[in-house]
Design a binder for this molecule. Structure first.
Ligand code: ADP
Ligand code: ASP
Ligand code: MG
Length: 814
């Protein structure tokens, strides 16, 4: 004997039912078979809605009822040959007429009791099982239809009746032993009390029906046929990387289903586990897939975690007060108050100080729980020794489940570490003494992110997914996207990083695609994106709430730089080549650094100084290892170096500047470079990183650019430089007369910073600095005489993009 159960989606329409029929016909060749059927997908909900409408006096219920009838009639017509239809069509019509009478009664009385609800929903399973039975018969598969209400006995807890197993077993054995038939079709979900009044086993209860038949008749196996290929490591609707668990123990499967894995109704395994009846979860639509085998497993080998599940709509009730300490009986009174209202407790935690008890219940029961508990502790609350019950809503529970957890220390550390890194706040935790489950209560809005983070941590340890949101598609942004596309496979294979560009924006448009933007066609796709508003872009990043999110700022825009605060606060890392944030007033820089620490989000800006050169990273490493910065000397402007290396007093100064701009070595407004402002920003950032709260106004700048060049537009600036050519030539000639070169040098010593043009002779480190190179000399306690020197290309889109790239990878590993 075997029991096969087909769920709502498996019997949702004629095409699907035909698939079930194929599976049933094959199964019955092997063994005597009982087939348990759910209502057609969605029908139970429709019946309940219809009943509620009728009870509310809404005549619209008749339309819903008509649609229900039509759906069943259509199915019969599609499934069964015309010649065999009449009998079953009249059955459907007769049943629906009966249903209509009941609804009319509900409508007239404006009353809908739990008992009537059970009666109404029973029609869903009665209709579906009758139709399947007729369809099989019409295909030469003789079978017996049996009403489960005649063989499953329950108490009268309508909506959630408890099964009387001895009585049920007696009835089932009597019926099934007395027949030689080999195929039985029975409705799931429904049963009857000892007087024969219809009851139901709870929503999703057809799985349980299968287990009741299987257990009472000692079947060889039970197969639950559904719309997924087995019990999965996480809810596939939340985690796209979830995978089928080939084998799982009864206890683990039970724990997962109790904590929200809807694929199996929680009480289902109870009656079969003592009898060691194997339960398979199989996919009606992919019958070749092996599915999941739920059975007794004693081996403790393999992954420590078998699956992750989550329950939404949780309320956390906290009872707190000094009056609870050391006085026995408090918890008892609390749980009695809950039990009086038949409130199911899903999770319990108690602080060891006994100062507070915290329980998780379904949100729908929170209000009644508060009344009941406040009432039970009225005297203490009045005396002030216990506080009124504190209720928090909009919460969820996530649970890690695995028999093998107890043999692997450090799991909770990994759990909280992963949640913490992603800014997910844990409100309460519980670990069962069986050590088969660790549960954490978190905010509902974080569930998807949390389940994915944990899935990655425990099942995809080999890969970590990064979600990048890139602002800016100019010279650097374009190169960065190119480099990401090019290195994609390398990162995946070598660094185990799956880098996904989830969002791209420029000053005009923005585009966010959770599944990742195609890096070969991003430009065309972005053109079709929404108009860019930074506030909206950040709002989307927040609402997507994706794990390992990194915001990459490759703009030179002030508004973008002012947005970091909102990102870091949500644990979203920020990588910037934009210097505006770090060179803003010190208080903003400090705030960002502090937020980064507080919310565990990386804030990296290596390219703010020396483009791709490892300047800030080296400075940080020196300080971390205990060194102290005594002095910094540097040529920090690739632009100015390029300009003074190319200006020979013959070609016009303005033409050399233009060339630098054309080759992409300048800021969008080259005056930021030429005025020395950009160099001031850089030396200030280095000073700040070295621990000095320096402001721009404190830096002395011997400006060489005549004031007239600073007025008007960039075009005016070029014209003004042309007019001032004599000034530039004078500067050049003065240096040349001493056989020296002009270098724009930044210095920092004893908390003071300065920038300005200097004449540099051949013996100086800076003399042989060509092209757009930068050089930084760090004089420290460990490098007092011979400085640590960092030298190389200090400007250019390609090297800057590679520096940003490196920061992104660092953020991933932070
Ligand atoms: P049926 O109608 O066949 O009873 P259900 O909708 O009750 O099917 O259960 C199957 C659904 O359960 C799947 O489609 C899936 O979305 C959901 N589900 C939630 N958690 C899990 C999990 N851990 N493994 C598999 N499915 C899950
Ligand atoms: N039809 C019932 C429900 O939707 C039982 C089931 O499908 O398991 O809850
Ligand atoms: Mg189900």
């Amino acid at each position: 004997m075997q029991v096969l159960k087909f769920g709502g989606s498996s019997v949702a329409n004629a095409v699907n039912i035909s698939k079930c029929i194929g599976i049933i016909r094959k199964a019955v060749e092997q063994d005597k078979t009982i087939v348990v059927i759910s209502a057609l997908g969605g029908i139970t909900d429709s019946l309940l809605l219809c009943a509620a409408a009728a009870a509310a006096g809404d005549e619209g219920y008749t339309e819903t009822l008509k649609a229900i009838e039509q759906r069943h009639l259509d199915m019969v017509r599609e499934l069964i040959p015309v010649t065999s239809q009449s009998h079953i069509l009249s059955m459907v019509k007769k049943t629906c007429n009966e249903l209509e009478d009941i609804f009319k009664g509900i409508f007239l009385l404006r009353e809908l009791s739990a008992r009537t609800k059970d009666h109404v929903v029973s029609f869903g399973e009665l209709l579906s099982s009758r139709i399947l039975s007729a369809a099989l018969a019409a295909m030469d598969s003789p079978n017996s239809w049996k009403d489960s209400r005649e063989v499953i006995v329950t108490d009268t807890r309508f909506g959630h009746a408890l099964v009387d197993f001895p009585a049920t077993q007696k009835k089932m054995t009597a019926y099934f032993q007395g027949t030689h038939d080999v195929l039985f079709i029975v409705p799931g979900f429904i049963a009857a009390d000892s007087r024969g009044i219809t009851t139901t086993l709870g929503r999703g209860g057809s799985d349980f029906t299968a287990a009741i038949y299987g257990s009472a008749l000692n079947s060889n196996k039970i197969e639950i046929w559904t719309d997924v290929s087995g019990m999965m490591t996480a809810d596939p609707r939340l985690v796209s990387n979830a995978r089928v668990i080939p084998e799982i123990s009864y206890q683990e499967a039970m724990e997962l289903s109790h904590f929200g894995a809807k694929v199996i109704y929680p009480p289902t395994l109870q009656p079969v586990m003592n009898k060691n009846i194997p339960v398979w979860i199989r996919n009606t639509f992919v019958p070749a897939d092996p599915g999941t085998l739920i059975e007794k497993i004693s081996s403790t080998a393999g992954n420590s975690i078998r699956g992750i599940s989550s329950i939404h709509r949780i309320a956390l009730l906290s009872l707190e007060g000094s009056g609870m300490i050391g006085i026995p009986g408090f918890s008892k009174r609390l749980f009695e108050a809950l039990s009086r209202q038949q409130i199911n407790v899903i999770l319990i935690t108690q602080a060891s100080s006994e100062h507070s008890i915290c329980v998780g219940v379904d949100s729908s029961q929170a209000a009644i729980a508060k009344i009941s508990i406040d009432d039970a502790f009225a005297i203490e609350i009045q005396a002030g020794t216990v506080l009124p019950l504190f209720v928090e809503e909009e919460l969820a529970i996530i649970a890690l489940v695995g028999d093998n957890m107890k043999n692997h220390p450090g799991i909770s550390g990994k759990l909280f570490g992963a949640l913490g890194r992603n800014g997910i706040n844990v409100r309460a935790i519980a670990q069962g003494s069986s050590e088969r489950n660790i549960s954490a209560v978190i905010s509902t809005k974080d569930v998807k992110k949390a389940v994915n983070v944990l899935h990655e941590e425990f099942f995809e340890a080999t890969y970590k997914q990064l979600n990048l949101f890139i602002a800016g598609t100019g010279n650097v942004g374009k190169r960065l996207l190119q480099q990401l596309a090019q290195q994609r496979n390398f990162l995946q294979d070598q660094l185990r990083l799956q880098v996904r560009v989830t969002g791209v924006a420029n000053s005009r448009r923005m585009l966010v695609q959770e599944e990742g933007i195609d890096l070969h066609s991003w430009s065309a796709e972005l053109e079709k994106g929404d108009p860019m508003h930074l506030r909206d872009f950040i709002k989307i990043i927040h609402s997507k709430n994706l794990r390992n999110s990194v915001f990459v700022d490759v703009t030179a825009n002030k508004e973008v730089a002012m947005g970091y605060e909102q990102l870091l606060q949500k644990s979203i890392s920020v990588v910037a080549c934009n210097k505006i944030a770090c060179s803003a007033p010190y208080s903003y820089y400090r705030k960002l650094k502090d937020l980064s620490k507080e919310f565990n989000a990386a804030f990296f800006f290596e390219t703010n100084v020396g483009a791709g050169l490892p300047v800030i990273g080296t400075l940080n490493d020196l300080l971390r290892s205990g060194d102290k910065i005594r002095k910094i000397e540097a040529v920090l402007s690739g632009t100015l170096n390029f300009v003074f290396n190319h200006y020979d007093g013959k070609t016009k100064f303005a033409a050399v500047v233009k060339q630098a701009q054309d080759e992409g070595y300048t800021e969008p407004d080259p005056r930021l470079d030429l005025s020395g402002t950009d160099v001031m920003r850089k030396i200030m950032i280095l000073a700040r990183e070295a621990g000095h709260a320096l402001e721009m106004e404190e830096i002395s700048n011997q400006v060489f650019l005549p004031a007239s060049c600073m007025e008007g537009s960039v075009e005016d600036f070029y014209k003004a430089m042309d007019r001032e050519e004599a000034q530039f030539k004078k500067l050049f000639d003065a240096a040349a007369a001493e056989e020296k070169k002009l270098k724009f040098v930044a210095g920092y010593e004893n908390g003071k910073a300065s920038v300005g043009l200097q004449h540099v002779g051949p013996s100086h480190d800076f003399y042989h600095l060509y092209g757009k190179d930068n050089i930084v000399l760090f004089y420290t306690d460990r490098y007092p005489e011979q400085p640590l020197v960092i030298k190389g290309a200090g400007a250019g889109a390609e090297v800057t993009a590679s520096g940003v790239f490196a920061d992104i990878i660092r953020a991933a590993n932070a």
